[in-house]
Write a protein that binds this ligand. Structure first.
Ligand SMILES: [Zn+2]
Length: 376
């Protein structure tokens, strides 16, 4: 499998006696936003600080190549032998990301040496990428990320104490976490489905990873992440926790998850390691700064909350109606689509699917009004 993109970035060790340099080769759309890493770099704990600095260097290196790969998603897709569910799990053996994917340790349907592993990270990456594939196939009638059955490739044990997970345009990569704030990033089904959905987005609307379109890229990754989790657990909208990344965080009384759909801005508050969740729930609090590519992990709170409000109003199981409306809208968006476009698009899709006077289309319209983005 020839790699299309070959940039070579390398970061030397940031501190003497540290964990060594961390090189990044390709695009990263990490689940963890840079502002959390920046906050961790100011942690009172010395080890947390040091690893956060190394993670930050890795994330910064990724930015330059994102645009290149986002223009070529179809070229990066690796066809699977049979055009159906096909998972490959690699062990990166704590090497930096230029060494991805690593050693093949588990492949689709195998028993014996490349079958079920003693390593929970391997099995989680396998099982959760399978759940994500099944969700897209059974609920949304989509055959893998490219809708042509591309293989789902994951590497686990990426880097040293690497507290992040990312989709690089070709594959998933998961770190083991720093062990103080984060555990291994395969542990959350919603994190796995989030990262794979970046692959779906790059094969559909290909939303530019900057400003409002970037926040929509993050929004779709969060929405599908949370839908796969609710679907797998067979939860109604009332039973669901509406949290992203709860299972990768070592929970304390100041932190319960990375993001919250029901109450953006409350997932962590005054935490000594990661600070306070900066997500707004309304356009009035929209972040206008330049950090985080113009707030892609921050302002996604606004459409996330609109999705939550619509799903609660429509009721039942969120993937059955609300999820379909959102997915159909994704197929109609384009790289520069903004918040107004998704608000308009979801109302139009709800009208096509359920009628203009239906409770569904009214619920969707009202949800956007509630977050300050009234559709026409
Ligand atoms: Zn993401």
């Amino acid at each position: 499998m020839d790699r299309i993109i070959h940039p070579h970035y390398f970061y030397p060790p940031l501190k003497k006696g540290g964990q060594g340099g961390f090189a990044v080769k390709r695009v990263c759309q990490g689940i963890l936003p840079p502002f959390i890493l920046k906050r961790m770099a100011e942690s009172p704990d010395k080890i947390t600080r040091r690893w956060a600095l190394e993670n930050l260097a890795a994330s910064a290196a990724a930015r330059a190549t994102r645009t290149t790969l986002s223009t070529l998603p179809q070229m990066a897709a690796i066809p699977s032998p049979a055009g159906k569910k096909h998972r490959l799990i690699y062990d990166a053996q704590h090497k930096p990301t230029h060494a991805l994917p690593g050693k093949l340790v588990r492949s689709e349907g195998e028993k014996g040496p490349n079958g079920p592993s003693k390593d929970p990270a391997v099995n989680e990456a396998y099982d959760y990428s399978g759940d994500t594939y099944d969700f897209y196939k059974e609920v949304l009638n989509r055959n893998s990320l490219d809708d042509r059955g591309m293989s789902l490739i994951s590497s686990v044990h990426v880097g040293q104490h690497y507290a992040n997970a990312f989709w690089d345009g070709e594959q998933m990569a998961y770190g083991d976490g720093d062990g103080r704030t984060f555990v291994r990033f395969t542990k959350s089904l919603d994190v796995v489905a989030h990262e794979l959905t970046h692959g779906v987005v790059s094969h559909t609307a290909n939303l530019e990873y900057q400003g409002e379109s970037g926040a929509l890229n993050e929004h779709y990754a969060d929405v599908m992440g949370i839908l796969v989790k609710q679907w797998r657990r067979n939860q109604t909208v009332k039973q669901a926790d509406w949290l992203v990344g709860a299972d990768i965080l070592i929970k304390t009384f100041t932190r319960k998850a990375l993001r919250s759909f029901s109450a953006p801005g409350t997932a962590y508050v005054n935490d000594p390691d990661i600070g306070t969740d900066p997500q707004p729930a309304h356009m009035k609090q929209k972040y206008e700064g330049e950090d985080d590519y113009g707030g892609v992990h921050i302002n996604s709170g606004i459409p996330n909350h609109a999705f939550y409000l619509a799903a609660m109003q429509i009721g039942g199981k969120s993937w059955e109606k609300t999820g379909k409306i959102w997915y159909q809208t994704l197929l109609s968006l384009s790289p520069r689509s903004d918040f107004a476009a998704i608000a308009q698009g979801t109302v139009e899709k709800a009208t096509i699917l359920y009628g203009s006077r239906s409770p569904e289309s009214k619920a969707v319209k009202q949800s956007w009004i509630s977050v300050g983005i009234p559709p026409k």
